[in-house]
Design a protein around this ligand. Structure first.
Ligand code: G3D
Ligand code: MG
Length: 196
């Protein structure tokens, strides 16, 4: 591959039940630090961050990550269209300390695929691993199993990342994986396996 620098813009949507930590993950990644106050606002916020990414196939890439984060789930219907428009990847978050949030993951995946009208890639995130000590937490294996089921449904790998927006553990990993996955998906889609 040549050394020409390429530019990529990637819109990502954050999905998952209320209070699983979507906003905290984005803010942590965007550098605002962990904010322990839950501010319930209406509509969707977006955040942008530019990163340099090195890819074996494409070389050096300048990537603008545009991350949309929904606030105020009750009014989601009103912003749904704008929220999903142009999104190429979803980060679906559940809370490892709240089992019911794991059960909603497939609903969120289908919501994403139905709205973007294409089976774009997703990343599954088990957040709040700093609360692992508390009772009835979702195990690593359960997260892996769900990611495997989603992968089968999608026909493309769904990575599973365990993270904590509180400690910052694996937060960068989520977004690095997002870029990697979007690139792999684009290559697989355009060349249909004919990539050398
Ligand atoms: P949401 O955007 O998915 O609705 P938020 O979720 O990011 O607003 O987070 C909901 C609550 O979970 C917040 O607590 C937030 O501080 C907390 N939280 C988010 N991520 C983590 C984490 O990794 N570990 C722990 N222990 N807490 C986390 P409050 O009390 O402000 O409602
Ligand atoms: Mg939020």
């Amino acid at each position: 591959m040549n050394n020409k620098q390429r530019v990529l813009r990637l819109k990502i949507v954050m999905l998952g039940d209320g209070a699983v930590g979507k906003t905290s993950i984005v803010q942590r990644y965007m550098g605002l630090g962990f904010r322990p106050v839950y501010l319930m606002t209406i509509g969707a916020n977006f955040y942008a961050r530019e990163i340099t990414y090195y890819d074996e196939k494409f070389g050096k890439l300048h990537v603008t990550l545009v991350v949309w984060d929904l606030a105020g789930q009750p009014r989601f219907n009103e912003v749904r269209n704008q929220y999903y428009k142009g999104a190429k990847l979803a980060i679906i978050v559940f809370d490892v300390s709240k089992r019911e949030t794991l059960k909603s993951v497939k609903k969120w995946a289908n919501e994403f695929w139905n709205n973007v009208k294409e089976k774009f890639p997703i990343i599954l995130v088990g957040n709040k691993i700093d609360l692992r000590e508390s009772a009835d937490t979702v195990s690593h294996e359960e997260g892996i199993n769900l990611a495997r089921e989603l992968s089968e449904e999608l026909g493309f790998e769904v990575p599973y990342v365990e993270a904590s927006a509180k400690t910052g553990e694996n937060i960068n990993d989520i977004f690095n994986k997002a870029v990697e996955l979007a690139l792999r998906w684009a290559v697989a889609k355009s060349y249909k396996g004919k990539v050398s």
